[in-house]
Write a new protein. Sequence first.
Length: 108
Amino acid sequence: MMETEEAATALAKLGHPMRLRIVQYLVQAGEGGLSVGDIQSLLDIPGSTLSHHVAHLLSGGIIYQKRQGRNLRCFANYDKLNDLVTLLTDKCCVGIDPVRLQDTPIKD
C-alpha cells in the first residue's frame, strides 16, 4: 500500500490543471498511451510548457514514457494511480474514534 508521504508527493505533482488534463487524456487513451505530439496538439501548448509539466508527472511516477522509433509516448502509471485512489478511499465511511485520533501524531 502507498505510504502517506508518497501520496502527498504524487498529489503535489498532479496539483496543476494542465497536469491533471495530461493524466486525464492518458487515462482516456488507455494502454496505448499518447505521443508527446498528440498531447501537445490536444492541449494546444508550446513544447517547452508540455515538457515542464511532463517532467513533474514523470518525477512523481504518475506517468512513464517509452520511445517507439522516433516517437516518445507517454502512458498513465495505472498502478500508481490505483494505489493513490486506494489510499484515499480505503477506510471510507468507517468512522473515526475520537480518542484514537487525539493520540495520532501528524507527520510533516
